[in-house]
Design a protein around this ligand. Structure first.
Ligand code: CA
Ligand code: CA
Ligand code: CA
Ligand code: CA
Length: 365
């Protein structure tokens, strides 16, 4: 987990220590925990409990936190370690998300959630992975109108492009607001959100923008006693999503959260891990430099990191002209490439070579 003073405030470190000493003399100060994610990789995803559909989606080649990507899913990701909110449950967070690849109208959205257990994903579809999570606050970014059918639980989910404040796993947002003036949330492109809870004044504010500049004015606000909702100050924080008969790919791109009321200017910036000039969420192989982004089979995964660059189910997964791993010809060819046991060393590995015999495992010796 990356925990640090936000870079822009490092120069404040010495004054802050002095301030902390002063405050401690009054018995009130404690260091807030801050988590910062500029991307999501195999190494830092270990910080998260990945639930249901989300568990099988990460890591992916874009270094994002992919919550859902197909029809009929519920998924969630929560930090494994609880974060101690301020004694009045104050917190601040900022994140960047993208909802793209929509089919059949796009659905159902994603929810930022503060709750008291880490291993829960709520109902799928219109439940957005949030429905039924007790003792929770959810800020929903809802892309499907579930208001039809007379179900009182969804009667107030009557808009296919709204942001809402939800409590205790209810889909009934109060308040909620349409965001058509900013665009369609499930049409792709980055969206930015800020959520700040001032526990002293029991006041919650939500900001949303299409740029990383924190808006002066809140989009939604609500008077709420979060400490009473949670029943404790140790909270699990993360995101949920759901899809149904319509779907989108729901990605959290960057995220910062701090366990005190300390409004954040902008979500963490994008990074270019492999330094090929293309930032991670837009790079079809974020960890392998490929400025040309060549993707022969058009599956969104660049050739340099695609295990089957010529299409799933092909008989020559690595395109080396000798068939899939395990054939005699492939083994010999792989040995020439420097493989130790018949597996290709070149990018784009063949299927694993399964022969367990001693001879087979030492074919190159
Ligand atoms: Ca909905
Ligand atoms: Ca890159
Ligand atoms: Ca790349
Ligand atoms: Ca590909």
């Amino acid at each position: 987990m990356s925990i640090s003073l936000r870079k822009s405030f490092r120069w404040l470190a010495v004054p802050l220590v002095l301030l902390a000493v002063m405050l401690l003399s009054h018995g009130t100060a404690s260091a807030a925990t801050t988590v910062t994610y500029s991307n999501f990789t195999a190494s830092n995803l270990g910080d998260f409990q990945l639930n249901e559909a989300t568990a099988s989606l990460n890591p992916n080649n874009n270094n994002v936190l992919r919550l859902t990507n197909n029809y009929g899913q519920a998924g969630s990701a929560f930090l494994k370690n609880p974060i101690s909110l301020a004694s009045d449950a104050s917190f601040s967070t900022a994140f960047r998300f993208e909802i793209h690849g929509s089919q059949s109208g796009g659905a159902d959205g994603l929810v930022f959630v503060v709750q008291t257990v880490s291993n829960t994903a709520g109902g799928g579809g219109g439940g957005i992975g949030y429905q039924g999570i007790a003792n929770s606050l959810g800020i929903e970014f809802d892309t499907w109108n579930n208001g039809n059918g007379g179900n009182p639980e969804t009667a107030c989910d009557d808009d296919d492009n709204h942001v809402g404040i939800n409590l205790n796993g209810s889909l009934c947002s109060d308040p909620r607001i349409n965001v058509d003036s900013l665009g369609q949330m499930d049409a792709g492109g980055f969206w930015y959100a800020w959520v700040d809870y001032d526990g002293f004044n029991q006041w919650l504010e939500v900001r949303v923008s299409r740029t990383d500049s924190r808006p002066a004015d809140a989009l939604l606000s609500k008077s709420v006693d979060l400490l009473a909702v949670l029943g404790q100050t140790d909270a699990y924080v993360g995101f949920t999503s759901g899809t149904g008969g319509a779907m989108s790919v729901h990605d959290i791109v960057t995220w910062e959260f701090t366990g005190e009321f300390a409004p954040i200017d902008a979500p963490p910036p994008l990074v270019d891990t492999d330094e090929d000039g293309i930032v991670d969420p837009q790079d079809n192989c974020a960890n392998d430099a490929n400025a040309d982004q060549t993707d022969s089979d058009g599956d969104g995964i660049g050739n340099v990191c695609d295990p089957t660059p010529n299409g799933d189910g092909d008989r020559d997964g690595d395109g080396d002209g000798d068939g899939d791993g395990g054939s005699k010809r492939d083994i010999l060819n792989s040995c020439k490439q420097g493989g130790s046991n018949g597996r290709d060393k070149a990018p784009g590995l063949d299927k694993p070579f399964n022969d367990k015999s001693k001879a087979a495992n030492n074919v190159c010796k």
